[in-house]
Design a protein around this ligand. Structure first.
Ligand SMILES: Nc1ncnc2c1ncn2[C@@H]1O[C@H](COP(=O)(O)OP(=O)(O)O)[C@@H](O)[C@H]1O
Ligand SMILES: [Mg+2]
Length: 229
């Protein structure tokens, strides 16, 4: 379900950190275009710059130079408040450590992204129920997050990433804390999201992503650069 809408454009992107008087170049001249409906795997060893790149795509960090456009909008140049608004509308994120509020229920965790939306309570409930069903965690709706298994936490995090119906899903090492069965379940959900036409970017070094049963593009990263595959 690929179209020619460019969802993510990354142009001449550099990120350098300043550390104890040294300049540490972490991303070096990254150029990448990702179309609507594409599934892109950023593959590289720890320290190759994957998380830094995802943060820049999400507008959580600003580049040292170059830019990131989200559906034509320069998220990397927007003031933080506008970058967060754009992110809230268009981007769902799934992290390695799930980042749930442990003392809230599954349902409450998934409701959080909709709080600023100004939607009516019944509309919020409908969207939350849909996301819980899509992520296959509706049966645990009332459970406190701290009592979930790793796989259930991950599915709650997926529901939270989906609840505002973003077109772009960013995943950072999504299977790093999952056993094999839950990793395969996660990939099944990704397949459904891909079929729905979502644009997906996954940072990982998990070999399970080498042979997906749906179309994806592997982008190898080495030492802050994209290398030819
Ligand atoms: N805030 C920071 N300050 C200094 N160095 C950083 C910072 N964030 C990341 N780095 C460095 O950037 C490099 C790439 O890190 P990262 O993007 O987390 O890679 P990956 O996700 O592929 O493991 C690492 O060498 C890391 O130490
Ligand atoms: Mg990382």
């Amino acid at each position: 379900m690929m179209s020619d809408v460019m969802m993510i454009q990354i142009e001449n992107l550099y990120r350098t950190f300043h550390h104890a008087g040294n300049e540490v170049p972490v991303l070096k001249d990254i150029n990448l275009n990702i179309q609507e409906g594409e599934c892109v795997i950023l593959k590289g060893v720890s320290g190759s710059g994957k998380t830094s790149l995802l943060s820049l795509i999400a507008g959580l960090d600003k580049p040292s130079s170059g830019k990131v456009l989200i559906e034509g909008e320069p998220i990397s140049k927007l003031p933080d408040l506008f970058a967060s608004e754009l992110r809230a509308k268009k981007i769902g994120m799934i992290f390695q450590h799930f980042n749930l509020f442990d003392h809230l229920s599954v349902e409450e965790n998934v409701t959080i992204p909709l709080i600023p939306s100004g939607l009516q309570m019944n509309e919020i409930e409908l969207k939350v129920d849909n996301a819980l069903t899509l992520a296959n965690i509706a049966h645990k709706k009332e459970a406190e997050a701290s009592r979930l298994s790793g796989g259930e936490k991950q599915r709650t995090a997926i529901a939270r990433a989906l609840v505002a119906n973003p077109n772009i899903i960013l995943c950072d090492e999504p299977t790093a804390n999952l056993d094999r069965d839950n990793s395969l379940l996660f990939i099944e959900i990704l397949k459904e999201l891909h079929a729905l036409g979502k644009t997906i970017v996954i940072a990982t070094h998990d070999p399970l992503f080498d042979t997906l049963s749906f179309k994806s593009t592997i982008i190898p990263m080495v030492d802050g650069q994209i290398v030819e595959s």
